[in-house]
Write a protein that binds this ligand. Structure first.
Ligand code: MG
Length: 170
């Protein structure tokens, strides 16, 4: 039996991950509208990954006999103004998600819920990678520059990202 507090946070995380998917779809939407199809591709795949994350939390709850309560997904609330600004918003969002995962981890630890901490270990590592990926995009744009020619080159690189299913299977 999972503790009520832990269940509440895991359930909330289903919604937060779907929100992340929705937010990154909006990022993709922004870049697509600017003709940056590589950036759009990168964030469309990111949105798919976030949906996978949501489903992992969903399945973990069901595997432990808990039905999920599906809440409304909020409207993406980030102002998308410049190609670099969007990347920075992406990093800030991942740092926020890391804080959410750590919050659930701490609650599970308080309850000596080692099944949940073990489940969350994958997400702790994943968040390290997500933050690094977001930071790498910013660093590359800083390095290349923000002019059309540089954006074109970085856009070409980001076209090559392909979707891969999460390595965690429940
Ligand atoms: Mg996620």
């Amino acid at each position: 039996m999972l503790h009520e507090k832990v269940v509440q946070l895991l359930n909330q995380q289903v919604n937060k991950e779907f929100y992340s998917a929705y937010l990154y779809l909006d990022f993709s939407n922004y870049y697509e509208s600017k003709g940056l199809d590589g950036f759009a591709n990168w964030y469309k795949i990111q949105a798919q990954e976030e949906r996978d994350h949501a489903m992992l939390f969903y399945q973990y709850l069901h595997n432990n006999g808990v039905a999920v309560e599906l809440d409304a997904i909020a409207k993406p609330d980030v102002k998308l103004e410049t190609p670099m600004g969007v990347l920075q918003a992406g990093l800030a969002h991942e740092e926020y998600v890391t804080s959410l995962i750590h919050q659930i981890y701490a609650a599970a630890q308080d309850e000596k819920d080692f099944r949940t901490t073990q489940f969350l270990d994958w997400f702790v590592k994943e968040q390290g990678e997500e933050e690094k990926n977001a930071q790498d995009l910013i660093s590359k744009m800083e390095l290349f520059g923000n002019d059309p020619r540089s954006l074109y080159l970085l856009n070409d690189e980001l076209k090559t990202r392909v979707y891969a299913a999460p390595s965690l299977v429940l």
